[in-house]
Structures are given as C-alpha cells and as structure tokens.
Design a protein around this ligand. Structure first.
Ligand code: G16
Length: 543
C-alpha cells in the first residue's frame, strides 16, 4: 500500500454550522477542499489505529466521489474498517443506527439535508461520534481550528471501491464493508412500533401517501411501508433517490412538498400524508385537508407514547429547541417529567439522551426523534403517528383538536425570509439587539414586553455554554417572538421569525394560526424594521 502525504494550504471557511459543513457543490470541488476537511476531522478525533468508521450519505450529487476520497483518507489514517451503505447511501438516522448497533468509533455523513442538490446545488459533511449523534460544539470547533492550520493530508493510492454490491473489500489494508443500507434501520423500527396494528389499519381501507421527494428515504419507506406493513405499491411517491432530487427542493414543508400538499388538500384525499427530507431526518405530517404543526406533533407523540411498544414503559423526559413551541412542556408537566429547552441543533440533545434524562426530542424545523438513535428521524415520526392512528381509530384532525381541548393550543408559526443579503440580515439583528435595554416594559396594544434577551444555554451534563442562540421577545402573557438567523444555508442569509401565543379557549383554538398571530406578526415587523431593511414584506416560507 502506498500512502501519499499531500501538501495543502488551509481554507479559512470550514466552520461547521448548525449541522456540519454545508457549501455549494462547487466549493467542495475546489482542489483539496474536501480532503482538507476530512483530514481535519481525523486529526481532531484521533481515533486509535484499527478503529471502525461508518460512511454514507443522502445520495445527492457528489456523494459517490466524496465517499471514495473519504475511504482513501481513512485508509491512510489508520482506520481498520469502514462500513458503507450500499451505493454510498445511508439516511442520517440510519447512519446513526449503524454507528450505535456496530459500536463504531464514529461516522461521516454526507448531506446538505433539505437544501437542493445537483451540480449547482449544495453538499455537506458532518462527523458523528460513537453515540451516533452529531459531534458537539467542542469537537466541531476543534475541527475548524485544525482546518485553519492544516498543511498536509494523507491518502492511499488505490483504485475506487465498488459501492453498488454488498460485500467486503480491501482498500490499502483497510476493510471496506458495503452493507445493506436499509435492513438494520427497518429492524429497529419494527422493534419500536406495533406493526401488527398498523398492518390491520392499512388493510382496513385507511389510505396514506408518503412523499420521499426523490431523496434518501425512498428505499427505506418502500421497504417499511409497502413491504413490511403491506401498504399498496404506489403509497410511496417520488421514491427513487436522484442526485438532484428531480430538481426539487427536498424540504418537507407546505411550500416545497407541494405535490403531497395537493394530494392531501385535494378531492378524495388519503387519511394520512407524510414527507421526509433530503437525508431522511425531517418529517411533515398531514391529515386530510389538515396540517400538523411540528411543535404540536412532538407534544402529541409525547402524550400518546404509551400506545407504542417501544415507549410504553414511559418517558424519562422530553426536550425541545428554544424556538419550538411550549406545547410539549404542557404534556411533560401533566406526565410529571422534565422538559428541557436547548438551542437549535440536534447536537444539543445528545448529552441529555446519553445521560438518560430525555426519551423524546423535537424541533419546530420538522424534526422529531428519540433515544433510539441520536439524530432526528423522519420515518420514525411517521410510524409513530401510524401507530397512534391505528390504536386510536380517529382522524389526524380529531386527534389534534382533542389534544388542544385537553392541553390548550400553543398557536405557532415560523416565517422564513430566505436569500437575504447577509449585511441586511445582520443589520436587522444588530438593530434588534440595540433595543435590549429599552424594550422591556414597552406596550404594543394588548402585549407588554416582559423580557428581551439573546438565548444562551448551559448544558446540564457537561456544563458547556452556548451563547447567541436567538433573540427572544417574551410578553407578559407568555406569547413570544423569536428572531434567529439560520445556520444551515449556503447563500446569503435566512431570517427566521418564530411566533407563539397560547389559546386556552376551545372556541378560538381552531382559528387560522396566521390570523391568531397577526398582532405578533405586526410587532415583529415593527421591532425589526423588516421592510425598510430587507425590502421584504412577505415570507418565503410560512410554517
Ligand atoms: C438542522 C439541525 C436542526 C435545526 C435545523 C434548522 O437540521 O440539525 O437541529 O433545527 O437544521 O437549523 P437552522 O434554523 O439553523 O437553519 P437539518 O435537517 O438541516 O440537518
């Protein structure tokens, strides 16, 4: 085996964001860009010689090329074995499952999640630790620091490994095992949910549509929903993963999953609709002519967990990201379990799950999951819902309405302003911050500001502190407006405005969220000088 040590110059922009390093494909194609980052990961994690690594991605453009590079750098850095999903495919939750099941040292996941793919689209890479979860900030910060001083990377000179066939191969002395990308994950799902009850539901005329958005979940959904659960062929739509996602935007929300939305809001709509994103960790849940807000979905899953075999023994606790609505808090209070509030980013849930403090976690950004893996999990959420529906025998809409009647409704919406010039977005945030001292106590119609701060979090397990996690305007009645800049985009800036108000009056709970939140929306525009600073009045995406 010949190992080449290649001289390189560092890049200064390899700082991982909310979830790994995400850039345009063209940025990753710059000579040594990917190689440098991979070597920086390996230098940082210092895995003992002979360690096992997992590598897989969501199948987007550049996935295959990147895997070959990673394998050759891993071989030159002393790894003993790499498990790769067949065809280079592993959904993000499946990668987490494989890391945990085979107790590997860690894994590298290639994805830019819900961002578009193709030669002009986005690519991404992130490192997950032995618990199966995204590396915590102290590791991503160290990788970034290393990337800024890297002068060499090591790589074996060897031909590419054939990834399309399962089996064991040798690459410069390192074993490469190409594994079934779906089986381990599908078995895990079968162990958590009542597949018999769901099969009975599906054979009794209940209809569903699952939109894989030409992204990674297609093969997983076909195996689980159509094969193991017996749903008719065609239940999974857009089920063939394509490198450019069929030129779509694989983000399961009301704007980008429009094909599913048209089906679910059309005549003869199925009983249940769901979609997942590029790498399979997000989910959107729809009933017939009905949208389930992700924050409500987390609360509902927590409230109904006892109906599933995997969670019947009870929940240790729940966690949600700060901008996620407080609906889950109400369920936790009733169950007598703690509810933790973390910054945005799944990596913040890992310590809580590892310490056994929480079982379920969720985010407003269409992410829900549990301690079965250490990533959010789109299909898991869909199966959780199907299990609930099979046991309760009610429609999605009725279940949600009944939940609101019992707990009250945290009326919620997120407004995204995508593709803003970075300086305008940063100017808007700076303008908001200039009001830290003056805003508390101010009255806007019925709303009086109680608190205005920049959210910071102290991890209760390791004491690490994360600051600057979103500007919170909290009103005396508990309503909130949160302003944050997204950490996952690759072009310009995306401003997210999160709006929440509580409605205990059953007669008003079914009101349209935009209407119910119109007062808060107007305040958000006024405080941020949104139109003057960005020229925008209407969000790109409303959730
Ligand atoms: C990632 C993170 C999530 C986060 C989401 C949105 O999801 O894992 O925890 O909520 O981004 O982050 P932001 O608001 O910074 O864009 P994914 O699905 O993109 O990996």
């Amino acid at each position: 085996m010949s190992i080449r040590t290649v001289a390189t110059t560092p890049f200064n922009d390899q700082k991982p964001g909310t979830s790994g390093l995400r850039k345009k494909v063209s940025a990753f194609q710059v000579a040594n860009y990917l190689e440098n980052f991979v070597q920086s990961i390996f230098d940082t994690i210092a895995a003992p010689a002979g360690s096992t690594l997992v590598v897989g991605g969501d199948g987007r453009y550049y996935n295959r090329e990147a895997i070959q590079v990673i394998l050759k750098i891993a071989a030159a850095n002393g790894f003993g074995k790499v498990l790769v999903g067949q065809g280079g495919i592993l959904s993000t939750p499946a990668a987490s499952c494989v890391i945990r099941k085979y107790q590997t040292y860690g894994g590298i996941i290639l994805s830019a999640s819900h961002n578009p793919g193709g030669p002009d689209g986005d690519f991404g890479i992130k490192y997950n630790t032995a618990n199966g979860g995204p590396a915590p900030e102290k590791i991503t910060d160290a990788i970034f620091a290393r990337s800024k001083s890297l002068e060499h990377y090591r790589m074996v000179d060897a031909p590419d490994v054939a990834l399309d066939q399962q089996g064991s191969f040798s690459l410069g002395g390192m074993a490469v095992e190409v594994i079934d990308a779906v089986a381990d994950y599908a078995d895990l799902m079968e162990s958590l949910f009542d597949f018999t009850a769901i099969r009975t539901l599906l054979s009794g005329g209940f209809r569903l549509s699952f939109d894989a958005m030409h992204a990674v979940t297609g093969p997983y959904a076909k195996e689980i929903i159509e094969q193991r659960l017996g749903a008719p062929a065609g239940t999974v739509i857009n089920g063939v993963p394509l490198p450019d996602f069929g030129q779509g935007h694989p983000d399961p929300n009301l704007t980008y999953a429009h094909e599913l939305v048209e089906i679910m809001y059309g005549d003869h709509a199925p009983d249940f609709g769901a979609a997942s994103d590029g790498d399979g960790d997000r989910n959107m849940i729809l009933g017939r002519h009905f949208f389930v807000n992700p924050s409500d979905s987390l609360a509902l899953i927590a409230a109904n967990a006892a109906l599933t075999p995997g969670y019947a023994k009870g929940l240790a606790g729940v966690a949600r990201s700060m901008p996620t609505s407080g609906a889950a808090d109400r369920v936790a209070a009733k169950l007598g379990i703690p509810c933790y509030e973390t910054p945005t980013g799944w990596k913040f849930f890992g310590n809580l799950m590892d310490a056994g403090k929480v079982t379920l976690c969720g985010e407003e950004s269409f992410g829900t999951g549990s301690d079965h893996v250490r990533e959010k999990d789109g299909l898991w959420a869909v199966l959780f819902w199907l299990n609930i529906l099979a046991k309760r025998g009610q429609s999605v809409e009725d279940i949600v309405h009944q939940h609101w009647a019992e707990y009250g409704r945290n009326v919620y919406s997120r407004h995204d302003y995508e593709g803003l010039p970075s300086d305008a977005a940063e100017g808007l945030m700076a303008h908001l911050k200039s009001q830290f001292a003056s805003l508390p106590g101010r009255r806007f119609g019925n709303y009086q500001v109680k608190l205005f701060d920049d959210f910071s979090y102290t991890d209760p397990i390791d004491g690490s502190v994360s600051t600057g996690q979103g500007l919170r305007v909290i009103f005396e009645d508990g309503s909130r407006i949160v302003f944050r800049l997204s950490g996952t985009g690759t072009e310009g800036a995306t401003l997210r405005i999160y709006l929440e108000a509580f409605e205990s009056d059953a007669a008003r709970q079914r009101m349209d969220a935009q209407e119910a939140l119109s007062g808060l929306i107007a305040i958000a525009h006024e405080l941020s000088q949104l139109k003057a600073r960005t020229g925008r009045e209407q969000p790109t995406v409303i959730t």
